[in-house]
Design a protein around this ligand. Structure first.
Ligand code: SF4
Length: 420
């Protein structure tokens, strides 16, 4: 198991060559008939500002360069395949990143996993729909972004390949039935032959999408996804032995979390560790951190530690827009969310019971049904129940103006203001 670390010097072709040569993979890869490249564009809302897009998605130029290199060296089919998380249409993301033009020009094909073929597989006791394009290919190249993650601590190669390979219904099921173990086992099943982590711009603090961009200029690549993630987590100042899914995989004998057991080439690890990289907050403290980021300090409580991005985007994502229009003006409220959330005795303000995972508590507050709930419906309910008349007017007017102007960009979340 070898992991190579490179400082990125503005040359994508040269960087990929260096990676392949250092890992002794070039001859092997060029001999395959069909290679699938799995980037991380799944959480890409094109309304984010450019710097944030760069930090939450794989660098698209890296993908184009990789496709070109594989095609120019004899690989017959190179397929770029991705799926979207809740609310993200992956064809739109391809279009927005310019890939509908540049990938065919490079000789590759774009594939929308969400509209493709699936096969049923069982991972432990969880039955999921796995994309056939990933399970059928000759060689799989995993190209994640370098991000923190509120539930999984990091969102790197293992998470990208495991969660990005299944349909949305399966994603929600996995969240309910044991995400960490699923990531470890699915990463092992798909076992990408090469993982290249795109850390040119990374995403710190409230990842995977509500955090902040940071220029880190690194590419981290390896032939085992768990070992590659362990090295990358170490660079992010996160102990890989404390990342649940990495620990499980390594205990199963797939990859290493002990850095001393990994052969590292290229840059010396100690020279690239980012000593002040900001990890995500603990999920127990999400309410406090998200309220600060939204500019509504102390007015929102979140109860629950086991929820997925669907419910988060349908509530915190919606509040992001509302609080922008109202300049933080809102009455206090509590979101009870995920499989384990419970309504506290002295709940803060109005209580929202979020998503089907919370059906057991539906009598204890305003229930938002669905997996995930409908964000637009929440917008209306929240505006009605939690805003003063003046704030209500601002929220309704702001939304109407945005719709009329056809502007798809999201208004800034308070802590990202400087990127707008
Ligand atoms: S209800 Fe929400 S937290 Fe539960 S699985 Fe669905 S999206 Fe995830």
């Amino acid at each position: 198991m070898t992991v190579a670390i490179f400082k990125f010097k503005d040359n994508y072709d040269e960087s990929i060559w260096n990676i392949l040569k250092t890992l002794n993979l070039e001859d092997k890869i060029f001999g395959y008939d069909t290679v699938v490249v799995k980037p991380n564009f799944g959480c890409l809302h094109l309304g984010y500002p450019q710097q944030i897009i760069e930090s939450i998605a794989t660098d698209p130029q890296l993908i184009v360069a990789l496709v070109k290199l594989l095609k120019n060296n004899g690989v017959r089919r190179v397929i770029v395949a991705e799926s979207g998380m809740y609310g993200v249409k992956i064809d739109r993301a391809y279009e927005g990143l310019g890939l509908t033009k540049s990938i065919p020009e490079a000789g590759g094909e774009l594939y929308n996993i969400d509209q493709g073929e699936f096969e049923k597989v069982k991972i432990d006791e969880i039955e999921v729909n796995l994309s056939k394009v990933l399970s059928d290919c000759d060689f799989l190249i995993n190209v994640p972004a370098m991000k923190t993650h509120i539930l999984c601590t990091v969102s790197l190669g293992a998470k990208n390949i495991a969660l990005g390979s299944i349909d949305f219904g399966s994603k929600a099921k996995v969240h309910r039935e044991g995400i960490h173990r699923f990531i470890a086992l699915m990463a092992e099943k798909l076992n990408p032959g090469l993982t290249i982590t795109s850390g040119i711009v990374s995403h710190e603090y409230l990842g995977p999408t509500f955090g902040l961009p940071r220029k880190t200029n690194l590419l981290i690549a390896g032939d085992n996804v768990i070992s590659t993630d362990s090295v990358t987590a170490t660079i992010m100042k996160i102990d890989p032995r404390e990342v649940e899914h990495l620990k499980i995989a390594s205990e199963n004998g797939f990859g290493k979390v002990d850095i001393k057991e990994i052969e590292i080439k290229g840059e010396k690890l100690k020279n690239v560790i980012i000593s002040d990289f900001v990890p995500c907050c603990r999920i127990e403290e999400a309410g406090e951190h998200y309220s600060r980021a939204l500019g509504i300090d102390g007015k929102m409580d979140i109860c629950g530690t086991d929820y997925c991005s669907g419910c988060l985007n349908a509530t915190v994502g919606v509040l992001w827009v509302i609080t922008h229009y109202t300049e933080g003006e809102t009455k206090p409220f509590t979101l009870v969310i995920g499989t384990d959330g419970e309504v506290p005795k002295n709940a803060l303000g109005k209580v929202y019971i979020v998503g089907d995972c919370q059906a057991k508590n539906k009598e204890k507050g305003e229930f938002l049904p669905g997996c995930p709930p409908n964000g637009q419906a929440f917008y209306k309910i929240f505006v009605d129940q939690c805003l003063t008349e003046e704030a209500k007017r601002k929220a309704i007017e702001g939304q109407a103006k945005r719709k009329a102007s056809n502007d798809r960009r999201l208004p800034p979340m308070k802590h990202t203001l400087k990127y707008y």
